[in-house]
Design a protein around this ligand. Structure first.
Ligand code: TMP
Ligand code: ASP
Length: 243
């Protein structure tokens, strides 16, 4: 196995099969464009298991993903894909950078889900981009942008309903997509990367305390403590719900 790419939270390896990559989930945690670094013990296994479960849920509902199989607690096989340099964020409740950008109060329920695109570029600090910027920079075609928006909203509806059953409020989340590059494929769009407490804001529906309810990476970003316990809670509640 050769290392193809190492990111902040995962390592991708090639395999003997050109259509299959191995994704290894690390315990490393970063925030604020890696200016803050740390380790969340057990995160790799939790994020891998949570992502596998949610990818299965989405595949079952007809959303094409890169997920093939979970092969170890912190490893999954995924389809070879060319990742689009975009982060698609969907928000149901105002939090994080939306509150800083708009002055909306954290916790404000949005009338409709909001879709935002960020340019995946560490040097630039992953800036928010408009669809015109995306076309200008040729990061995706107009038809791909439309598909990304529709797919992300569909994923939001499915995840929101699922998390609700787990007693978790889906505040917002980030998705990444790729173009299917498995041999013989027609090059469709695949949901890629991961869906985990690293990439979602998840609030415990049973708590209204603004700090106690946080079950996601904001515990690390904002130094709230109790990170491992929160991640463990998310995993237990999610895996308890069959998909
Ligand atoms: P934001 O409010 O900081 O823009 O984050 C929106 C969502 O995207 C939140 O659920 C956390 C997730 N996210 C990532 O997965 N990776 C990132 O690098 C950032 C900044 C946010
Ligand atoms: N992935 C981000 C980084 O370190 C952090 C975040 O999720 O806030 O750049």
């Amino acid at each position: 196995m050769d290392k193809l790419y190492e990111g902040k939270a995962k390592i991708l390896y090639t395999t003997d099969n050109p259509g299959v990559l191995l994704s290894h989930f690390k315990d490393d945690a970063t925030a604020f464009n890696a200016r803050k670094r740390g380790t969340i013990v057990g995160k790799g296994q939790i994020n891998c298991s949570v992502s596998a479960h949610l990818f299965r849920l989405l595949e079952g509902a007809g959303v094409a993903t890169h997920f093939i199989d979970q092969t170890a607690p912190d490893e999954m096989q995924v389809k070879t894909a060319r990742i689009l340099p975009l982060e698609v964020v969907v928000r149901n409740i105002a939090a994080g950078s939306l509150t800083q950008r708009t002055g909306l109060q954290s916790g404000t329920v949005l009338k409709h889900p909001l879709v935002e695109f960020f340019y995946k570029n560490d040097e630039l600090g992953d800036p928010l981009v408009t669809t015109d910027h995306i076309e200008l920079l040729e990061l995706a075609t107009p038809s791909q942008i439309q598909q990304l928006r529709e797919l992300s909203l569909r994923v939001n509806s499915l995840l929101q309903r699922f998390f609700e059953q787990c007693g978790i409020t889906l505040v917002d989340f980030k998705l990444e997509f790729g173009i299917d590059q498995t041999p013989g494929s027609s090059g469709g769009i695949l949901l890629a990367d991961e869906i985990s407490p690293d990439t979602c804001r998840l609030w415990d529906s049973n708590s209204s305390d603004p700090q106690a309810r946080v079950l996601d990476k904001d515990r690390f970003r904002l130094d709230l403590g109790g990170i491992e316990g929160a991640y463990q809670t998310v995993m237990e509640r999610i895996l308890a719900q069959p998909v």
